[in-house]
Design a protein. Sequence first.
Length: 100
Amino acid sequence: MTVTVEIPDTLAAAMAAQGGDLSRVALEAMALEAYRADRLSEYEVQQLLGFNTRMDVHGFLKEHGVYLHYSLEDLEHDIREADRYGTLEATRHSVENRVG
């Protein structure tokens, strides 16, 4: 879809003087606001802006002062995964010590 936005020439000139493609500036601003308002996910921002990885999205959001959506449930999941990984790592290390 193509979206056309009209802005005064003086504002366009001022924005262009800061460098960058005005179309890209507008697209990034839209993506940032949609993410802030929880209308786009990280993945959707990644697709919209053509980033290769989630880390690219995280860097983009951080650069623009936008915090990741990270809930208590996300934290609890990450803790469980870290605990599970720690248990697996300890088991692997124990087996390696017995074998080698």
